[in-house]
Design a protein around this ligand. Structure first.
Ligand SMILES: NC(=O)c1ccc[n+]([C@@H]2O[C@H](COP(=O)([O-])OP(=O)(O)OC[C@H]3O[C@@H](n4cnc5c(N)ncnc54)[C@H](OP(=O)(O)O)[C@@H]3O)[C@@H](O)[C@H]2O)c1
Length: 174
């Protein structure tokens, strides 16, 4: 395993601000148009990497106008995507494509495996007034290792009953 941080390797996630919840029953907890727009704009033209379960959860496969990489230990049919079998394969890809941004897109197990190697965290913080019922979580963001670099709200946000507020954050390594 290559023990280094990759300047072009990032994680991108939408999680609840208190419990770091990201999913339930292989689906997102919320489908927030403002976050989906941000996700699209941030990853457009770049490379996204996801575990096989997250791949299956995409409403549209592959996500258009991005290189889609799917991780699986099995021989899977991932039409329109590149199948890789180990995190080393992804690290090699990032190293060989320094002018591409490579976004780790989940799910929870995949985020955990890549945390030692990513140089930025694009985290959409979802307001959490009470604990949500979830079965997938983002790993802890250790404040000794990470510092907040940017924090901003969506330009336009449509208020709706029961819809949580969100803010976009970017963390960089200390
Ligand atoms: N809120 C967000 O931003 C966000 C983003 C993404 C996902 N999610 C949520 O996360 C949940 C899915 O997460 P999950 O942890 O269940 O699944 P996952 O990480 O998407 O997929 C797990 C699968 O990926 C493959 N895999 C993982 N590590 C690998 C490695 N080192 N080498 C090769 N293959 C590897 C394995 O596939 P095989 O079994 O085929 O070998 C494993 O079973 C869903 O609820 C989804 O909605 C949320």
């Amino acid at each position: 395993m290559k023990d280094k941080i990759y300047d072009n390797l990032y994680a991108i996630v939408a999680m609840t601000e208190k419990t770091r919840a990201i999913g339930k029953d292989n689906d997102m907890l919320y489908h927030l148009p403002e976050d989906l727009k941000y996700y699209k704009e941030t990853t457009m033209g770049e490379t996204i990497v996801c575990g096989y379960n997250t791949w299956l959860s995409f409403p549209r496969r592959p996500l258009p106008k991005r290189t889609n990489i799917v991780l699986s230990r099995h021989q899977r049919d991932v039409d329109g995507a590149i199948l890789m079998h180990s995190i080393e394969d992804v690290l090699n890809y990032a190293e060989k494509n320094p002018d591409k941004s490579v976004f780790i897109c989940g799910g929870d197990n995949v985020y955990s495996q890549f945390m030692p190697f990513v140089s930025k965290l694009y985290i959409t913080m979802i307001e959490e007034k009470e604990d949500v019922n979830a079965d997938s979580f983002f790993p802890e963001v250790d404040e000794n290792l990470w510092k907040l670099d940017k924090e901003f709200s969506p330009d336009v946000y449509e208020e709706k009953e029961g819809k949580p507020n969100i803010r976009f954050t970017v963390y960089i390594r200390r």
